[in-house]
Write a protein that binds this ligand. Structure first.
Ligand code: SF4
Length: 68
């Protein structure tokens, strides 16, 4: 599984961090919105449910999960 985030559309809501803190962090920016940082681009299977929830609940719908 591979996690891709469209940073241009991320507005730092931190829903992803709440659902899967092993995979996502949210970093304050000097200008503009906080932005997600993907900590694990290829998360282990054990985190699949959490990653899928993060993608589903991201308010901006900017998290894509690819199967590899
Ligand atoms: S929930 Fe979506 S918009 Fe919010 S920080 Fe995470 S990726 Fe960005």
């Amino acid at each position: 599984m591979k996690v891709i985030v469209d940073l241009a559309l991320c507005q730092g809501h931190s829903v992803c961090l709440g659902e899967a803190p092993e995979v996502f962090d949210v970093i304050e920016q000097d200008d503009g919105y906080p932005q997600v940082k993907v900590l694990l681009e290829n998360p282990p299977e054990a985190l699949r449910e959490k990653v899928l929830k993060a993608a589903r609940y991201c308010p901006n719908n900017v998290i894509t999960v690819l199967e590899e």
